[in-house]
Write a protein of this length. Structure first.
Length: 106
């Protein structure tokens, strides 16, 4: 119960301030940054540093480059087209493509 309260307090401090994680760790009563980070990660699903970055909106893992977003949309469209064409009687996506000949390269 007390440990949960200390972790909740640390979470609030990470949200509200720009203090170092080490300082917050010590202020809420942990003597080891490693055990604090481990318990925090177990409780909230991310490390204290990642939690702060995500809360502030500066976590690079939350951002996806435009080219990846376009590729994901294209893949979703292609996967949908393949699923439709695999219905009985549907054309397969590669049926009208010429067969590639295998070359022996030594």
């Amino acid at each position: 119960m007390r440990q949960r309260h200390r972790l909740e307090r640390a979470r609030e401090m990470l949200l509200l301030g720009r203090r170092r994680v080490t300082d917050i760790c010590l202020e809420v009563g942990f003597s080891s940054l490693g055990s604090f980070s481990s318990l925090f990660s177990r409780r909230f699903g991310v490390s204290p540093s990642q939690f702060r970055r995500r809360a502030s909106g500066s976590d690079p893992a939350q951002h996806q480059p435009g080219c990846l977003a376009l590729m994901a949309r294209a893949w979703a469209g292609w996967a949908g087209a393949v699923a439709i064409s695999e219905k009985p009687g549907g054309a397969r996506p590669c049926d009208n493509q010429p067969q590639l000949q295998q070359r022996n390269i030594r």
